[in-house]
Design a protein around this ligand. Structure first.
Ligand code: GLU
Length: 546
């Protein structure tokens, strides 16, 4: 029975890498009938944003990663926000101090920097110089009254520490090469290392899954566990996921694409762009010329203004791009892990059922976006009609689509007509024409040239003919529209596309939409004719001029 936990430091939206850690922690707990805990590691006062924990929890719920103990549900080791557990940590810090296993220190950031520089100049690892005698209470008081930062450091062991990692095997660290580290900061909050070790013990955590970047922290955690007499959990440090351009999947990837797009755009009003992004012009300038990256809402707003798509890195980005949580979960489960099954498309239940911790990979995995798209298409097909409708409505609401208020009957019809789409966004784009006023339809220039104006306005002539025939349809249905279009194509001895594409362009402004018979039927004959009239009167003069 594994008790696992996901312990995010809430600094913003849930990142795809965090989601993977959470997912595997859930799988392990579920497979062994254990428990999965969510713990919010919010002791870093400088980095927390008030809404960040809520965002992380919303994203986890959306993915279907639900916790047995943690915020919202409570549990035997409440509270699950570390910021509310200060008194618990103080007690444990005091215990170490009393046992002579930890001591106070008062170094200023400048002093520490000097020590580090000295070590670097001697090409040595920085090891904090542990005093022969630990400061007593009067020295601590004095330091406090002088306004020095009073922190507590742990006496790191000199012994060898072996991390017995279930993915990486035994990794040995020499304790004497590791520095005494801070466990209680001068602001009274514990460091991540300390709070994490205390909470894993108090919450009965038996298995710790986390990213490979934490492997270096683990010897310090094991030394602390030994000092307290705590049990050491099973560790699994998961390999890194790299983006297609190389490097980690980071918000830097998004920022880079936006930066290039801004630099390429001509006549862009920088002041307006900054206003849209909610940042100052100097912040925008720093972003364009240096390494500073604005926060996600600013990046998103500017990208929207420029009408560009950024590579998704946070769970919310994937939601907004029209991915299903089922597809993301399935895709994440195959990053750095090989399930013992032949097929690749797997549901959460199948992932739990087949979970085998001996099948993690040591090597980095590539975040293959094409594969994710094809997974999404498969999961859209797998979803029942009502479930898909619910997901689609959430998507429309979350993206402020003009279709968000449409009734279920129409949306169901759209979903059916959109079968085969790779994302929900694709269905939305292909059906947007139904929710835009005739006068607001924007025409794709290339399509207009190819479908309407070419060959002396062939397409425009087809539209005029189509109008007459549409008016003659007595009983409007998808079938009647299909018969009429096919009939006209036959008479003209042309393919269906010759008559369907001009019509599509007239009603949607592009040649990409849902199937045409359905599209016309959903739009209605009257509105279709209105759009034909608008198109013909707009483009006929252009044709004559040529
Ligand atoms: N709060 C840490 C993080 O977000 C948790 C690491 C761990 O799982 O121990 O990286």
């Amino acid at each position: 029975m594994a008790v696992t936990r996901f312990a995010p430091s809430p600094t913003g939206y849930l990142h795809i890498g965090g989601a993977r850690t959470a997912l595997f922690s859930l799988l392990w707990a579920r497979k062994t009938d254990g428990k999965f805990i969510l713990r919010i590691e919010d002791t870093d006062q400088s980095r927390n944003t008030p809404t960040a924990a809520k965002q992380v929890m919303d994203d986890l719920h959306w993915l279907g990663i639900n916790w047995d103990y943690g915020p919202e549900v409570g549990g035997p080791a409440e509270p699950y926000f570390q910021s509310q557990r200060k008194a618990i940590y103080e007690k444990y810090v005091n215990q170490l101090i009393e046992q002579g296993k930890a001591y106070y220190c008062f170094d200023t950031p400048d002093e520490l920097e000097q020590m580090r520089q000295k070590a670097a100049a001697q090409k040595k690892n920085f090891l904090y110089p542990r005093p022969a005698e630990f400061p007593d209470s009067s020295q601590i008081e004095q330091a406090r009254s002088q306004g020095k930062p009073v922190a507590v450091r742990f006496c790191m062991t000199d012994e060898e520490i072996i991390v017995d990692d279930c993915i990486r095997g035994q990794v040995k660290f020499s304790g004497s090469g590791l520095s005494d580290f801070i466990i209680l900061k001068s602001d009274g909050f514990p460091t991540y290392h300390f709070a994490c070790v205390v909470d894993d013990e108090l919450m009965g955590v038996t298995h710790v899954l986390r990213g490979q970047e934490h492997l270096m922290n683990t010897p310090g955690h094991i030394a602390l566990q030994k000092a307290f007499g705590f049990k050491t959990p099973v560790y699994a440090h998961m390999s890194v996921t790299v983006s297609e351009g190389g490097g980690k999947m980071s918000k830097r990837d998004r920022a880079k694409v936006l930066k290039e797009a801004i630099k390429k755009s001509q006549n862009l009003d920088m002041e307006a762009l900054a206003v849209i992004g909610g940042i100052s012009t100097s912040e925008l300038e720093e972003f364009l010329t240096g390494d500073a990256i604005p926060d996600q809402p600013a990046i998103d707003a500017m990208a929207e203004l420029l009408n560009i798509e950024l590579p998704e890195v946070n769970i919310v980005d994937f939601f907004k791009s029209g991915y299903l949580p089922q597809a993301i979960v399935n895709f994440l489960a195959l990053l750095g892990y090989n399930p013992p099954v032949e097929k690749e498309i797997l549901t959460m239940a199948e992932l739990i059922d087949t979970f085998d911790p001996s099948r993690f990979n040591k090597t980095n995995s590539l975040f293959d976006r094409k594969k994710l798209l094809s997974f999404n298409m498969e999961h859209i097909k797998l979803l029942g009609e009502q479930e898909l409708l619910k997901r689609y409505k959430d998507f429309l609401k979350g993206t402020n689509s003009p279709a968000a208020d449409a009734d279920d009957k129409l949306l169901l019809r759209i979903i059916k007509a959109g079968a085969g789409a790779r994302t929900l966004a694709e269905i939305e784009q292909k059906s947007r024409f139904l929710f835009i006023d005739c006068g607001k339809i924007e025409y794709n220039e290339k399509d207009v040239e190819k479908v309407l104006l070419k060959n002396n306005g062939d397409g425009l002539a087809v539209l005029a003919e189509l109008k007459n025939r549409l008016l003659k349809i007595n009983e409007v249905s998808e079938k009647a529209i299909e018969d009429m279009l096919r009939g006209l194509a036959e008479e003209k001895k042309a393919g269906l596309g010759k008559v369907a594409q001009p019509l599509r362009l007239a009603i949607c402004g592009t040649t990409v939409s849902l199937p045409i018979f359905d599209s016309v039927d959903m739009l209605g004959i009257e509105e279709t004719i209105k759009r034909i009239d608008r198109t013909v009167s707009k483009f006929s003069p252009m044709c004559k001029k040529e």
